[in-house]
Design a protein around this ligand. Structure first.
Ligand code: HEC
Ligand code: HEC
Ligand code: HEC
Ligand code: HEC
Ligand code: HEC
Ligand code: HEC
Ligand code: HEC
Ligand code: HEC
Ligand code: HEC
Ligand code: HEC
Length: 309
């Protein structure tokens, strides 16, 4: 009994010794020899398109191929090379896939800075998204980096935005002219909703610079938030509006001197039938608020205080 116990202790100590020795020697578990070692068996079309990508620039020591070759991403794989029943250390796909943190750690070891400075704690990181949910590396050109194909990748998880951009009025995303990443940084951001800028309006001004101003006559809600009136992805109303005029305007203008005010007793366009009467006021005809108030985003005209010019 006692003898067995002592033997057990000795065995445990021995294992611990061998274990730590193996740990210390881990770098020796790289098969080495660069990509060629692996390509002996893996030179097929699933794998070899990577040879035409920036990752395969052998002359650049920042790239995987400039370091441990395939093993820069798949980890030390000498045992796999010796016998296929051993798996490479890091697997990005399929039944033996490695945990998300392990996979992301590989990519972040080279890509932590720059656009990914806010990755930790971002919406995607904290919902266990992997770099490789969006990125493919064994292809000539990663589809998520191409405007025309990027959105499809996002739609695998964001079905609501997919239905929005198929609405009547939409940013030309499905036409391939605007990408999700023109407004969002999927790697994390200092602003809300993974936006590239700190506020919504700053995002919009990047392309609609004429709306930035400064303007002599400003329309307060425009300054505050474009999304008070617009949906950024798509809408069934014209011009990405969340509602048609006059309803849109009447959310706020219920007390104006003319027919903007339901309380005035005068009829409003579109309100016809609301209390059984027909609109007779010319101003209100055909939901025309912006027919007259055409400078709805603000005006620089000396007489533009009503946004009519
Ligand atoms: C002697 C041939 C051979 C060599 C050399 C080889 N592999 Fe493999 N590897 C295979 C085979 C065969 C499979 C498929 C095994 C299976 O399906 O179970 C495989 C599977 C893989 C997988 C997928 C594992 C999985 O479970 O999904 C990866 C990743 C991989 N190899 C990477 C490498 C890397 C990196 C190297 C070089 C360090 C390498 N292989 C060298 C034969 C080889
Ligand atoms: C930049 C990191 C990176 C490098 C370098 C890299 N891989 Fe991969 N590998 C991946 C990722 C990520 C996947 C998952 C599929 C994808 O994203 O295309 C993968 C998938 C694989 C698979 C599974 C293929 C499949 O479709 O089932 C094999 C095999 C493989 N890699 C072998 C290699 C070999 C061999 C090399 C070197 C020639 C290599 N990898 C270099 C990241 C890398
Ligand atoms: C050993 C360092 C290293 C590792 C590991 C690495 N990369 Fe890279 N990657 C680079 C370098 C260097 C470039 C080329 C310069 C650049 O664009 O930053 C690059 C380029 C890229 C690009 C731009 C490709 C293009 O066509 O312009 C993407 C996307 C990318 N890597 C994603 C990944 C992902 C995802 C992983 C993990 C699966 C990964 N990288 C792992 C070093 C690395
Ligand atoms: C939700 C999707 C998504 C995830 C998750 C994601 N990316 Fe990206 N990544 C993109 C998109 C979209 C672009 C193109 C950005 C652009 O065009 O401005 C990009 C661009 C890149 C680039 C090339 C341009 C650059 O910024 O240098 C690299 C490198 C990169 N990603 C690495 C990573 C790494 C590393 C991770 C994981 C920590 C990751 N990405 C996670 C979508 C994603
Ligand atoms: C693997 C699934 C997946 C993919 C692919 C993906 N996302 Fe996400 N995304 C999520 C999850 C999960 C969240 C957090 C929960 C939520 O808000 O829906 C999220 C959150 C977001 C948010 C922030 C929402 C908020 O409420 O703060 C934006 C913006 C976003 N994703 C944009 C993108 C873009 C752009 C792409 C493509 C480049 C993309 N996502 C690809 C899963 C994904
Ligand atoms: C023109 C700029 C723009 C483009 C292009 C764009 N978005 Fe957005 N997105 C926004 C703004 C602004 C918000 C913030 C909405 C809010 O605060 O209510 C947003 C919000 C989101 C949200 C969070 C929605 C919610 O209800 O919280 C997701 C997810 C999202 N976008 C995904 C995408 C995807 C996927 C694409 C590409 C198909 C895309 N976006 C393209 C501007 C844009
Ligand atoms: C990357 C550039 C870009 C950004 C950022 C951007 N837009 Fe646009 N926007 C466009 C383009 C391109 C069009 C289409 C112009 C055309 O068809 O003439 C457009 C059209 C519009 C339209 C008119 C739609 C129609 O049906 O005529 C509205 C409204 C609009 N954008 C609002 C916004 C708002 C609000 C934001 C901020 C959340 C924003 N945009 C951010 C590029 C951008
Ligand atoms: C008070 C509501 C409201 C707000 C807030 C608002 N818009 Fe508009 N926007 C409209 C209306 C109404 C139209 C349609 C005008 C028309 O049909 O003549 C429009 C049309 C547009 C158009 C297409 C026509 C044009 O003028 O180029 C763009 C682009 C646009 N808005 C961008 C923006 C941006 C960017 C912001 C934020 C800085 C913003 N809007 C804030 C109500 C608003
Ligand atoms: C989210 C609320 C909101 C919406 C929606 C809105 N406005 Fe305004 N509007 C305001 C505020 C606040 C002012 C500034 C009022 C003030 O200074 O007394 C203003 C000012 C105006 C003025 C200048 C006259 C004045 O009293 O300063 C006109 C004209 C006007 N809005 C028309 C419209 C029209 C037309 C629409 C619809 C396309 C609209 N507004 C939508 C909030 C809104
Ligand atoms: C036929 C042109 C015309 C139409 C249509 C029109 N307006 Fe006006 N609006 C004006 C003019 C001109 C003024 C300047 C003051 C005045 O003459 O009453 C004005 C003033 C205003 C004011 C600021 C003065 C006040 O009384 O608060 C608001 C707000 C306003 N309009 C909102 C609207 C809304 C909302 C609609 C759509 C239901 C609308 N307008 C339709 C021409 C028009």
């Amino acid at each position: 009994m006692r003898k067995n116990f002592i033997l057990g202790l000795l065995a445990a100590a021995f294992c611990a010794f061998v274990g730590s020795a193996a740990m210390a020697q881990q770098p020796a578990n790289f098969a080495g020899g660069g990509a060629e070692t692996c390509l002996k068996c893996h030179n097929d079309t699933k794998v070899n398109p990577i040879l035409q990508t920036p990752h395969a620039m052998k002359g650049d020591k920042h790239t995987p191929f400039g370091q441990q070759g395939c093993e820069s991403c798949h980890g030390a794989s000498a045992q796999h090379v010796a016998s296929r029943s051993n798996k490479p250390e890091v697997i990005f796909k399929g039944a033996n896939i490695s945990p998300v943190e392990e996979r992301n750690q590989i990519c972040l070891s080279c890509h932590q800075s720059g656009a990914r400075i806010n990755w930790q704690g971002s919406q995607h990181a904290s919902n266990d998204a992997a770099c490789t949910n969006c990125h493919q590396v064994h292809v000539h050109k990663d589809p998520v980096l191409i405007k025309q194909t990027q959105a499809e990748k996002c739609f695998t998880c964001h079905a609501e935005q997919r239905s929005q951009i198929f609405r009547f009025s939409h940013h030309p995303i499905r036409e391939g002219k605007v990408g999700c990443s023109d407004c969002h940084n999927p790697h994390g951001s200092a602003g809300p909703k993974l936006l590239k800028e700190v506020t919504v309006n700053e995002v919009c001004y990047n392309c609609h610079a004429e709306k930035r101003g400064p303007l002599a006559w400003e329309h307060q809600p425009v300054r505050e938030n474009c999304l008070t009136c617009h949906n950024p992805h798509g809408s069934n109303q014209p011009r990405l509006l969340i509602q048609r005029a006059p309803y849109l305007c009447q959310e706020c203008h219920t007390n104006s001197s003319h027919q903007a005010a339901p309380q005035s007793g005068q009829q409003l366009p579109g309100k016809t039938g609301f209390n059984g009467a027909l609109s007779t006021n010319f101003r209100a005809f055909a939901r025309g608020c912006v027919n007259c108030h055409s400078q709805i985003h603000g005006s620089n005209s000396p007489g533009g205080m009503w946004f009519t010019r």
